[in-house]
Design a protein around this ligand. Structure first.
Ligand code: NDP
Length: 462
């Protein structure tokens, strides 16, 4: 049933991962769907996030591979890296993918408006370029997030991740501020592309919220890649000098660099959206308040993805969108389960993680927790001379030893953690892992032969 008094059954604001999936599925169900996008269709993931970032990681890895291949008997003439070649190839692919996102909506019958939409009331949006007013029975907010940086003196000299994909030239030196996903990944990228890289973090351990041992291993990973890590400092001022910048920190120290990259987090992109006109409330920090079915404080308005600041990952936005479709259009109220979601940080080598950290597990299950772990040098690195190792950690609970957390640092961790995520989600036990025959010789075989780590079980590792 559609209500013809509105222009559309569903109007989606934002053609990123969550918005496109929701819009396409609603259109496939015969709903009249409109989608507004102020930038390129595809959103953060496709245009200025996961996709171009992963290409940069691959690009950075090739440099190291050329060096490592020498241990396997290869020799090369002079090698060099050309930033514009990689940058332009990535942008070409981004354009192609963005086109697919747009086409996929249109092919399914949705109407795409390439302009910004803002709320007039809870059933009406205004397209800001054309001034057109559009009404819809249901509106989905899927506008994502944007990089955020503190308002320190000289902040206008810094770039954020959005800017990093289209730089005219690579700097000789970069200073990355932050210790999270983006800071760690981009430090690895720049170092791999031959840029002298400093990563400065206000805390004492990178990757806040991750398992403590993973955090320590990631510091080693960064150092092995030649990244100069500075801990417990925050920038207070960026000053332009001839040909570069001097950044002053709160401990009085100064670092000279050619490029300042602020990777200090992201914020929901709700400012100026007119949410107050539609009765949509936001949390402190701007995230749209939603219930477990992604419904906002306005009955006919839903929100999915980073704009809700639940778990800011592309596949999560997609799943939230699919749950919204079930709830709104299939008479099947569905709350997406945000537990035990596997994710990867594409440092070089990467991190893979799913389930509880050791500290979380001990807080929740006390002495019922057993930790299994190993660290080793992968076979490939023995001949190549690559100093990077592999770390694996498995956390179980109870006598049945259900696996409740897996944490990896090392080659292929991003791939492995997807499969291990299935095991954790399925509630498999350590005995199930042990009953599985190893695939030899691989890195992953170690996960089915792990031995308990000897520690004082009451120690809470933060
Ligand atoms: P994060 O929240 O991961 O990291 C932000 C970093 O900035 C933290 O180290 C934080 O410190 C620091 N910081 C915050 N405020 C300040 C300040 N005022 N001065 C100095 N440092 C500060 O954000 P990101 O932008 O890196 O990533 C955003 C989200 O995007 C991630 O949480 C993730 O969900 C998603 N993402 C996922 C990726 C993946 O799946 N591979 C890749 C990239 C992003 P502190 O730790 O002390 O708070």
């Amino acid at each position: 049933m559609t209500d013809q008094k509105y222009d559309f059954d569903l109007f989606v604001i934002g053609a990123g991962s969550g918005g496109v999936r929701s819009g396409r599925m609603a259109a496939q169900l015969g709903k009249r769907v409109g989608v507004a996008e102020e930038s390129l269709p595809g959103g953060t993931c496709v245009v200025r996030g996961c996709v171009p970032k992963k290409f940069l990681v691959y690009g950075a890895d090739y440099g190291a591979s050329l060096e490592e291949a020498k241990g396997y008997g290869w020799s090369f003439g002079e090698t060099s890296f050309d930033w514009p070649t990689l940058r332009d190839a990535i942008q070409k692919e981004v354009s192609r993918l963005s086109g697919i996102y747009s086409t996929i909506l249109e092919k399914n019958g949705a109407t795409v408006f390439r302009e910004r939409a803002e709320f007039v009331d809870n059933h009406t949006v205004r397209l800001t370029k054309s001034g057109k007013l559009i009404t819809a029975e249901t509106i989905l907010i899927a506008v994502g997030g944007r990089p955020w940086a503190p308002e320190i003196k000289g902040i206008e000299h810094a770039i954020v991740s959005d800017d990093s994909f289209t730089l005219d030239k690579l700097p000789e030196r970069v200073l990355i501020i932050g210790g999270g996903y983006i800071a760690c990944e981009f430090a690895g990228i720049y170092a791999g592309l031959g840029v002298k890289t400093v990563q400065a973090y206000r805390g004492g351990r990178l990757l806040n919220g991750f398992d403590a041992e993973v955090r320590d291993k990631v510091a080693l990973v960064q150092e092995n890649n030649g990244i100069d890590l500075k801990f417990n400092i925050s920038p207070t001022e960026i000053k332009e000098t001839q040909g570069g910048y001097i950044v002053t920190f709160d401990d009085g120290s100064k670092i000279g660099t050619d490029l300042v990259f602020m990777a200090t987090g992201r914020k929901p992109h709700t400012s100026g959206l007119g949410l107050e006109n539609a009765g949509v409330e936001v949390e402190d920090g701007g995230a749209v308040k939603v219930d477990k079915f992604s419904k906002t404080t306005a009955d006919n308005i839903y929100a999915v993805g980073d704009v809700t600041n639940r778990m800011n990952l592309t596949p999560v936005a997609i799943r939230e969108g699919m749950a919204f479709i079930e709830t709104r259009y299939k008479d099947n109220p569905t709350a997406y389960d945000h537990e035990q979601i596997a994710s990867a940080v594409f440092t070089r080598p990467p991190v893979g993680t799913v389930g509880l950290t050791e500290a979380q597990a001990r807080k929740k299950h006390g002495d019922a927790v057993t930790v299994y772990s190993t660290k080793f040098r992968p076979m490939k690195n023995i001949l190549s001379g690559d100093p990077q190792g592999v770390f694996m950690k498995l956390i179980t609970k109870g006598d049945e030893e259900t696996v409740i957390g897996v944490h990896l640092v090392g080659d292929h961790s991003g791939e492995l953690i997807q499969i291990l995520g299935i095991c954790v989600k399925a509630g498999l036990t350590k005995a199930d892992f042990d009953a599985t025959c190893a695939v030899h010789p691989t890195i992953s075989e170690e996960i089915v032969t792990l031995k308990p780590r000897e520690i004082n079980k009451t120690t809470v590792v933060s």
